[in-house]
Design a protein around this ligand. Structure first.
Ligand code: FAD
Length: 303
């Protein structure tokens, strides 16, 4: 089967991620309709090509050797948002901070927490993103998921959401989502957005190349209620360097590409952090960041 129109070859993926590392995808496409996404998935499936989806690449690590398959990034209609009286219909490729900011104009409350999550709606559903008590699943009414067979509309229970997890897998792309919001006032929503921005500014480094939290917060009694960042800091990881990568001097759970890092640098750093925490506290940290492509080191498999 010949490739659908618009499929590009050997596309550099590093610039599609917030940490800016990694290699090329064999195939890359930017579909702007449900139909185009289904066509791409059907083609990839018939050619036995792996499929990866990139939203804002804000929780993503691309292998230095790249990705042997098709990478899809939503475009056009699938990045638009349409407000209604009590909610919003959003493309899976719409950016969450922009969507959250727009809810103020429409005096609708419920998505403010998204102002600090630099991802897309599709990526946030896939990752069950949350922040400061706001949670995606609590305002999601339904989402459309494309697969090689067509489009399926799912309600939140169908996604089996748990901490930073949903059941969306390989050949599935979240193309649109409907959120049900609560009537408020522009002033109240704006005030909440400003408060959340301020709290984030105080807690996290800004303007760095990072994919946010590296490890999930552990659910292990030996952690004694400490977050992954607190354990890393106590284990002396703040500022720890490997090649061009380091654990941020401001927030130990953030890996920073501070000097032309490669993905291999980052993987080695992550392994070193995990090792230190395990030796000191007996807690084995699990990574939150997602991976596209095969990492060329056994270090990653040790997670
Ligand atoms: C500075 C910073 C702060 C952050 N703060 C938070 C926070 O407070 N809370 C939080 O939860 N996260 C946070 N994150 C992590 C990240 O922003 C979220 O996980 C976000 O939901 C990822 O969305 P994305 O579009 O960037 O996904 P990507 O990073 O592009 O992809 C992540 C995963 O989702 C999949 N995916 C992306 N789009 C789709 C789609 N349309 N359909 C199916 N699968 C898809 C990808 O294939 C990949 O497996 C932060 C990241 C950074 C850099």
């Amino acid at each position: 089967m010949s490739s659908p129109a618009g499929v590009e070859r050997d596309f550099d993926l590093a610039r599609l991620t917030t940490v800016r590392t990694g290699g090329e995808a064999d195939f890359y496409a930017r579909p702007s309709s449900n139909k185009a996404v289904v066509e791409l998935l059907a083609w990839a499936s018939s050619e036995n090509l792996a499929v990866g989806v990139i939203g804002s690449g804000s929780n993503l690590l691309i292998a230095d050797k790249g990705f042997r398959g098709l990478v899809i990034k939503l475009d056009g209609h699938l990045t638009e948002v349409h407000f209604e009286d009590d909610g919003v219909l959003s493309g899976g490729g719409a950016r969450l901070p922009r969507l959250a900011a727009k809810t103020a104009e429409h005096a609708l409350s419920g998505l403010e927490f998204g102002v600090n999550i630099p991802g897309t709606v599709g990526g946030a559903i896939r990752m069950n993103a949350n922040a400061y008590g706001g949670e995606l699943a609590s305002v999601l009414e339904w989402a459309e998921v494309a697969s090689p067979e067509g489009i399926e509309r799912r309600v939140p229970e169908d996604f089996e959401f748990t901490y930073r997890h949903s059941n969306i897998s390989g050949y599935q792309v979240v193309t649109r989502a409907q959120f049900r919001l609560t009537a408020s006032t522009t002033e109240a929503v704006k005030a909440k957005l400003a408060d959340l921005r301020d709290r984030r500014k105080a807690a996290q480094p800004a303007g760095i190349k990072t994919f946010g939290s590296t490890f999930k917060n552990p659910d292990d009694p030996r952690a004694a209620g400490r977050t992954a960042g607190q354990l890393l800091e106590a284990a002396g990881c703040k500022g720890l360097e490997q090649g061009g990568a380091r654990f941020s001097p401001k927030h130990a759970n953030f890996v920073e590409n501070f000097k032309d890092a490669t993905t291999s640098d980052i993987v080695a750093l992550i392994a070193a952090g995990r090792e230190r925490v395990e030796q000191q506290f007996g807690v084995r940290l699990e990574t939150e960041v997602q991976v596209l492509g095969e990492l060329d080191t056994a270090l990653w498999e040790s997670r």
